[in-house]
Ligand binder design. Structure first.
Ligand code: 4NP
Length: 150
């Protein structure tokens, strides 16, 4: 799961998917990263932590890090939150195999018109985080429908 700072959207996506994967006892490895290293080593934003806690999911085990070229090999799928993230990750890509792993997370939700998860960092307060949660909850359900073959 990839966004710009790895303190708001991608930690929420990571936390949601991690929670659902554990519920289903799937042997999947989930992680998140930022295209930037602005917040390297930091916990998720306190508003992201509060929103997730409100929904019963703890994300305080996470620490921000920057995506690396190795991630494109190690992980089977790379989900990005918006077009800027997509462009930035594509700058790291060298092969068609790597390129095929990268997609906008909201592409998983066919009926969803807005294909970018809006950045809640600069506002509008808690409502922005709840909106992100609702979008990512749907997307992670679809992700499990698509990739959980059990
Ligand atoms: P995120 O939000 O990409 O969802 O983690 C942001 C966090 C920090 C900044 C921008 C977006 N920033 O400019 O510091």
């Amino acid at each position: 799961m990839v966004c710009l700072g790895n303190i708001c959207r991608s930690p929420m996506a990571h936390g949601l998917l991690q929670h659902k994967v554990e519920e289903r006892k799937l042997d999947w490895e989930i992680d998140s990263a930022g295209t930037s290293g602005y917040h390297k080593g930091e916990l998720p934003d306190r508003r992201a932590i509060a929103c997730m806690k409100h929904h019963g999911i703890d994300i305080t085990y996470q620490k921000s890090r920057q995506i690396t070229y190795e991630d494109l090999h190690y992980y089977d799928q790379i989900f990005v939150m918006d077009d800027a993230n997509l462009n930035d990750v594509m700058l790291l890509v060298k092969t068609n195999t790597e390129m095929a792993k990268v997609s906008l997370i909201m592409d998983l939700v066919e009926e969803q018109k807005l294909k970018e998860v809006p950045d809640p960092y600069f506002g509008p307060g808690d409502k922005g985080f709840e909106r992100v949660y609702q979008m990512l909850d749907k997307a992670t359900d679809k992700l499990l429908e698509k990739y959980d073959s059990k």
